[in-house]
Design a protein around this ligand. Structure first.
Ligand code: EPZ
Length: 423
């Protein structure tokens, strides 16, 4: 099982480029199931979750061809409709094929995604809303079995709680439903907006993009399109935090600073003197002590839950007491125990982690548990004394393209190695 070996204390400087957004690429790939002609997607990140989604699409009869940074997805002639457990269990975002399959092939069989390290993560809101568009759904031996023999029909849906992939599933389903659909209490994450822009390019009729109410007039069919996915705001935020933590002047380029406003506001409050231009965040060496800042994760445009672990790692080096409250998921503090092994002073009470800094960190072996927790451990390893080993970095590879390559290009010393089968 691969690990990272990190030599702490190296200062970062130079420029790091941000890859395409994993969480925009996943729904955009699923949306190709709606198209009656090839769809070209550009800027897809080379990460494991994208490979998994392409395998799901190929199981459903589509073909994905790659050339010069573009992926062309061609719909198959078949009417396959089963996304199997062995794929779905490795990536819960596979449930994003449910809406498109129902809309275009009028049936779907998708394994119920299990829970994961950060919570139960049910999909009840997705299923309730699809039923309101006329789908018949049941659970059969761990699979969602769904049919819409007469096709989906438009309807009015209000999500009981904001759900990103729930919004995306329903938006895709509504594009081919008969009549008008109104979706209330929608997620406003940039990745939802990016999906909507792809669907519009495919000929979908959507209004309210970027707001919490989306209106869709169903159409008979959707054409192909050529779409560049947005940059990954979570990867960008991770490198901005790395630059604050261990940087002597780092430019995080090819990103959308406007997608990072909550993080940048918290960093400004902490006394970081960064600057931004259209597609970059420039972080100078930190002058003076970092101030402790408290945050609570909320849906976009609030502080992203996917940056919570990374920000908490930063706060272990800030002067004073800060509280980090996780209000989206019920169990997203897996990284805290590992950070404490490095010497961080953090106590979790319910959904809030209380951090006291600055704490001197000493390198040791730590274990990644989920995608963003593993990023937090790498960040801590950059400033820990001595050597830090991060185990189970396959979590990291799900959502970060070549993280060690990008960090080493900035001056870090991160080695990826596999100690062999028996360790
Ligand atoms: C998306 O997950 C992201 N994944 C997650 O990123 C991100 O953390 C999350 O949104 C929140 O921003 C993708 O976009 C592929 P939700 P999603 O539905 O859609 C509850 C990463 O690191 N809920 O917005 O699954 C749910 O349990 C990943 O890249 C229900 O109860 O999240 C959670 O508490 C991790 N029933 C809350 O709502 C439902 O039917 C928000 O979940 C759906 C959700």
């Amino acid at each position: 099982m691969e690990k990272f070996r990190i030599q702490g204390g190296r200062r970062l400087h130079g420029e790091v480029g941000v890859s395409g957004s994993k969480n925009a690429a996943l729904p955009c790939l699923a949306a190709t199931l709606l198209a009656s002609a090839p769809v070209i997607l550009r800027g897809l990140p080379r990460v494991r979750d994208i490979v998994t989604m392409e395998r799901v699409l190929e199981t459903l009869g589509e073909s994905c061809a790659h050339s010069e940074g573009a992926t062309t997805v061609v719909a198959g002639s078949g009417d396959a409709y089963h996304a199997p457990y062995e794929l779905v269990r490795t990536m819960r975002a596979s449930v994003l094929v449910l809406g498109p399959l129902l809309a275009r092939r009028r049936r779907a069989r998708v394994a119920l995604p299990g829970g994961c390290a950060i919570g139960a993560r049910p999909i009840d809101f997705h299923l309730q809303a699809l039923a309101q568009l006329g789908a018949d759904l049941r659970v059969e031996s761990g699979d969602v079995v769904a049919e819409a023999s007469g096709g989906l029909r438009g309807g009015e849906v209000s999500f009981p709680r904001i759900t990103v992939t729930g919004t995306e599933n329903l938006l895709m389903a509504a594009t081919l439903a008969r009549g008008r659909t109104v979706l209330h209490n929608c997620a406003r994450e940039p990745e939802v907006e990016d999906l909507a822009n792809l669907l519009l390019a495919m000929g979908a009729r959507i209004t309210g993009v970027g707001t919490d109410t989306l209106e869709v007039e169903g159409t008979e069919e959707l054409s192909g399109a050529d779409h560049l996915v947005i940059p990954d705001r979570i990867e960008a935020g991770t490198y901005v935090i790395a630059a604050v933590l261990a940087g002597d002047g780092v430019r995080v380029s090819g990103c959308r600073p406007d997608h990072l406003s909550a993080l940048l506001a918290a960093l400004r409050e902490a006394g970081c003197a960064f600057s931004t231009d259209a597609d970059a965040v420039v972080v100078p060496a930190q002058r003076g002590p970092l101030r402790a800042v408290s945050i609570t994760t909320t849906e976009h445009p609030g502080f992203a839950t996917d940056l919570q672990a990374q920000f908490l790692a930063l706060m272990t080096q800030a002067h004073g007491a800060s509280s980090v409250t996780e209000a989206i998921f019920e169990n997203r503090f897996q990284h805290v125990l590992e950070l404490k092994r490095l010497g961080a002073a953090v106590e979790v009470e319910g959904s809030t982690a209380h951090v006291h800094g600055p704490a001197a960190l000493d390198g040791t072996t730590v274990m990644a548990s989920d995608l963003r927790a593993s990023a937090a451990l790498v960040l801590a390893g950059l400033v820990a004394r001595g050597e830090t080993l991060v185990d189970r970095i396959y979590h990291l590879d799900r959502g970060y393209e070549a993280m060690e390559v990008k960090l080493n290009a900035l001056g870090a010393t991160v080695e990826r190695f596999n100690p062999g089968r028996y360790l």
